[in-house]
Design a protein around this ligand. Structure first.
Ligand code: SF4
Length: 139
């Protein structure tokens, strides 16, 4: 079973109220079993909401509010969802502070990225789930 970031399949769960619908993800999933999840919405954050970025071991909204607890809650809910559905692989949205697999924005809200993982991606990886992002699926 594959877990997919909701925004990659057209769910309007992104911070700006939109999505990141991705044709390569749809194509990859053809004929496969998958479930869809957005950790930030699951944590109770709204869409639209202010963007957030990781700084150190915390997550802050663009207004400077500490939203670490919400992001950790979303990650725990994502892990529970994965366990409930027998998920072994996840296709996650690149660079998100929740879903980023290899890199995340650097906390300055200037578009710069640094090596690292989103809060949910980190927890799923620690629990043995294989992670890809949508950029791995582009041929
Ligand atoms: Fe997409 Fe993940 Fe952000 Fe939700 S938390 S909008 S699934 S990148």
């Amino acid at each position: 079973m594959i877990l997919v970031s909701g925004c990659l399949l057209g769910v309007n769960c992104k911070y700006n109220g939109g999505n990141n619908d991705n044709a390569a993800v749809h194509k990859f999933l053809e004929g496969k079993e998958y479930v869809v999840f957005c950790p930030e919405r699951a944590s109770g954050l709204l869409a639209p909401r202010l963007p957030s970025e990781i700084r150190g071991n915390k997550v802050y909204s663009k207004a400077g509010d500490d939203v670490t607890a919400e992001f950790r809650s979303g990650a725990e809910k994502a892990l529970a969802f994965c366990k409930a559905h027998g998920v072994t692989q996840a296709i996650l949205k690149a660079r998100s502070p929740s879903c980023g697999v290899r890199a995340v924005y650097d906390g300055t809200f200037t578009g710069h990225v640094v090596p690292g993982m989103g809060v949910t991606a980190q927890l799923l990886a620690e629990n043995g789930i294989e992670l890809l992002d949508e950029e791995d699926l582009v041929t």
